[in-house]
Structure formats: C-alpha cells, structure tokens
Design a protein around this ligand. Sequence first.
Ligand code: WT7
Length: 630
Amino acid sequence: MNIRIPSFEAYKSDYQKSIDNPEAFWSNIAESFEWKKPWATTLDWNFNDPDVKWFDGGTLNITENMLDRHLEERGDQIAFYWEPNEPGDANKSLTYKELYHEVCKLSNGLKSLGIEKGDRVCIYMPMTLEGVISVIACARIGAVHSIVFAGFSSNALADRINDAKAKLVITSDGLNRGTKHLDLKSMVDEALKQCDTVEHVLVHKHTHNDAPVVEGRDVDYQSLVDKMDDTCPATEMKSEDLLFILYTSGSTGKPKGVVHTCGGYMVYAAYSFQNVFQYEQGDVFWCTADIGWITGHSYIVYGPLLSGAKSVVFEGIPTYPDCGRFWAVCDKYKVNQFYTAPTAIRSLMGAGIEFVTPYKLDSLKVIGSVGEPINEEAWQWYHREIGKENCPVVDTWWQTETGGIMISGLGSHSPMNPTHAGYPLPGIQPVLLDQEGNEITENEVEGYLCVKHPWPSILRTTYGDHERCKNVYFSHYEGYYFTGDGAKRDKNGMYRIIGRVDDVINVSGHRFGTAEIEDAINTNDSVVESAVVGYPHDIKGQGIYAFVVVDAKNNRDAIEQSVSDSVADGIGRIAKPDKIQLVSGLPKTRSGKIMRRILRKIAEGERSNFGDTSTLLDPSIVESIIEKAK
Ligand code: WT7
C-alpha cells in the first residue's frame, strides 16, 4: 500500500482534489486498506451536533491492517526495536510475525479474563514492547483502550479509570526513567481503592521488584500469555465503533476522554505518517514520545504498523546516561526519520555540542518536531547540528483531538520556513477567524485557528459527555471545529502556530488546564484559593506559576512544598508548579472575578503597565504581589 505523495506539485494537486471532492479523495485512500465489508457512505456530517461518520456501513479490524496483511510480504521484517533505559542492557526486537503472535496470545488472554468487545481497558505501562502489545491486543478484540501516561498520579489514574468505567487495568511492576525507578503497581493498588469497576489487574513483570499481589484480582502477564493460543480472530468492528479513549486537559478542571473510532482513525494515521515523514519501505522510524500521549498512539503504534514500518521504541529519557543518548540511539539503529519535541531539543541544545559531535547521524533523512511552537534558535540548531543541513525539519501541528498531523511539511517536498508548521495536509481545511467568528481570507494575518470540514480522524465525542464535546469544540464558532490555538498565516499562506488562546498551559509539550492545577492545589488544607498561569520557560516552553493564598502562618517553605506535593498527588509530578508564590490575596474585580491578565503579566516579568486596572477591588494587592514576585 503506497499512499505517499511524491512531490510538492502532487501535493498541490491532491490538496485541490481533496477540497473539491473530499469524499472521492478519502474513499480512494481508504480503498488501500483491508475492510471486512465495504462502506456504504463515505461521509456523513453535521458540526452542530456534532455528528461525524466516516466510511459508515464498512467493517474492519485495524489490527488486520497492522499485522495480518503484512505477514506474507514482511513477516520476518522487524516491526520494533526496543531500546532499554540502561544502554548496557540487552535490547530486543520483534518481527511482524512475532508481534502478531504476541498480540494474539494477549488477545486470547484478555478474552479469558472476560474482556469483550466494547469493554474499556486502562493501560498504565512503561515504554515496553508489552505496552505496545497491550494496545494492539485490545484493538484486536474490540476492547476500547484508554492509555494513561505512567507519570500521572494514583488519583489521576483513578479519575480516568472511573470515568471510562474500565474493567481491566494492564500495568507493570515498575518503571525505569533515567535514574528514577517507580513502583507502578503500587500506584495502581492505591488508585483502585477509589475504583469499583475493575475486575482484574494484569501485571507485566518488567523491573522484578516483587510487587505485592492481590489474590483473585491480579494476574501475571507472562503466565497468562504462556497458556494461550498464538492466533486469535480479529473482531469485526464497525467503522464508527470506538477504538480508544485518550484523556486530555481542557480549560475546566476535569480531563476529558477524547474518543477516536476505528475506520477514520486508521486511514488518517497511516496517511499522515507516510506523507509527513515520507517513510519508504525499509526505513527506520523513531518517535520519542510515550505511548501515553496521542503522539505515541498515532506515530509509535498505529501509523507505523499500518504502513509496515520498522521503528524504535525507547524506554529511557533524552538525558540519560548523558545528553547524547538520542544521537547514540539514532546511530545504533540507523534511524532515518526522527520525531521529537521542542523541549527535548532545547534541553539537549543547552547541554552543549560535545554531546552531538561523537555521533555520525548520517542515516537521518527527515527530522520532526511536535507538541508546542518551536522557537527559531532551537529550529536552527536542530536543522544544523542534527540534520546537518541535509534533512527537512517537519514542524507538525496537531492535537489529541485531531488524531493525526494536520499542518506540516511533507518530508523534503514542502518549502520550509523556520517556526512555521507550514501548509495543511490534503483533506485539512484550516481557517483563521476573527473575534466575531468571520473567516479572514487574506494572508499576513492572525486569528483563531479553526477547521471547517471534517477529516477522517477528527474526535467523535468526549466519552460519556457529548454535550461537553459540543461546547468545547463546536460552539465557539458555529460550523467550525475550534482548536483552542491562535495562529498566523504568512504572505505565502504558511501557518505559524502561536499557542493556546484558552486556559491551557503547554508544559514540555503536555497540556494542563489551569483549573485542573488549581483544583489540585486547593485540595491542600492550608490553601484558601489559588490562581495558576503559564509563563515563558527556556526549556519547557511554558512554566507553571501558582499564586496561592494560604491561611496558615507557619513555615512558608513547608507550605510551598506541601502545595507542590498536592499537585504531584492530584495530577502527577509532571504538573508541579515551577514557581509558587504565597500571596495575601488575588487581584479581583468588584464582581469577584480573578484578573488573570494581571497575574499573567506578573509571571512574565512585567512589573508595571497593567493596562486598565480601574475595575480592581483592591489595587494594593497587585503592589504586594509584585513586591514578592519570583
Ligand atoms: C496542542 C495539542 C499532538 C501532538 C502532541 C500534543 C500544541 C502541538 C504543535 C506545533 C505549535 C503545537 C498546540 C495544540 N502544539 N504541536 N507543531 N506547533 N504548537 O498534543 O496534548 O493534544 O496538545 O499542542 O497548542 O493545541 P496535545
């Protein structure tokens, strides 16, 4: 199956076709996949409900497209290389045939535990091959996976298990990340004190830390799969049946479960993978994301396997054992396409060129970036030092909700402009809207980034709360999908993403709602109220600044620590504030609304010029906050 666009000219003509007749365009692409039953209607849609159906009437199983259909042609080809956290430890690999059998065994194991089509399975795993196998095994039997990044706390895990009413949790005894070792299983045990839908916990022994076993509930992964048959029929799924739920933060406190469905997600994950990275058969692809984020879903698991690709799964972190690890791994596996986040690029750039020079990096053909806007300096460094000025940098803009890359260069075909994501992929119709919701048609403008026509992997709903999906994404501007981002379009029509325009902070490419962090801070008994804002951070892109009103007079350092702990408990260490300032009050309007605009300016380092402050109830509060600002 080759759905690769061969040139920029071909891109332009495909783009035009995809706009003129989206249904003909996508139906043509979809035909290169294996369907059990062909679809009757290519697209049915209405953004007001919202209701979007792609390839309705068709049935398939995505894993047959990822595994079975490759067996004959490339059964003995590597599907995954696995690189462990410790560079000296043995690496592993799986061919397509081996992966197929491992998946089938686990699928049978899941069935033996009573998991049926439509049941939700929560996956809370480190970056192991068993993590990837778990995802595919769910899809094979039609169970809906909900992967929770293994950096979220027990409380956050419990919330997600409860929201999805998960019947099974798949986890590992422990996790290695650089010098840190985490007892994952005990986090699950802790979470399950708050959950009553989970019948079993499947535990893969990875770190062999002798995690305690709950009799009757816990099942050992290896002993289970060892007993199972190594083939398993793939469950027939309707195109619009749920494939997975992935929780993501928004501007309200509670994360929402973004829902993706089988047919459309399959088509777009593969299409975007092959085109953005210009993946050619035999190439080695490496996406450094974690499978707990959408990037890992679409570009570690689904996109590459659907395309019969070889790729690398990496357990560790970019800075361990030193800041040359990424480059060592690129050389080791002769990586051709490398995909990472600006925050990693900035931190490795800061570590010094001596961590890059020992490596050849001569296998690289395309290097990618995702998760947040990439600043000019980091872009130039990446292009020069890693790509050796020979590799196009694909700055890929997309979201959990979009399922796949939306705006990006296509390998070396597209013109490049540093800090600009570029042009939309075929089938994607971005628009910039002004305050009133009117489309701005000219170039050299800035506006709210929306999309005006569905693409196959657009989110279908937010799990258990369709109204919320409508309110968050489809109500701001009637008839459009609203991304929450602001963007500019330059004189050539290339897009440059500015960042979120809602109360979402993007920390190292991860999204957190300010309200979500405030909720976690407010669970602390000493806290009266709090306000959280983002501020520019050299490495993380945005840092988290928390202004906290406390009622205790005791040790301020201890309170700061305990506020930080509250966030680690409520969400996870990844969301800990970079700065916590204890304040006597928050700047509020007479009607009691917190003036975040002022706090944002203070966090950004502004000490005067706060604009109109006449509506402030007590202007002296601002003075006192500035005095102790960090
Ligand atoms: C938000 C989505 C889907 C990738 C991982 C993050 C920001 C993402 C870019 C980019 C500028 C970007 C946006 C977007 N973002 N990629 N190339 N340039 N900003 O997924 O957690 O769903 O976050 O990340 O603000 O809305 P996510």
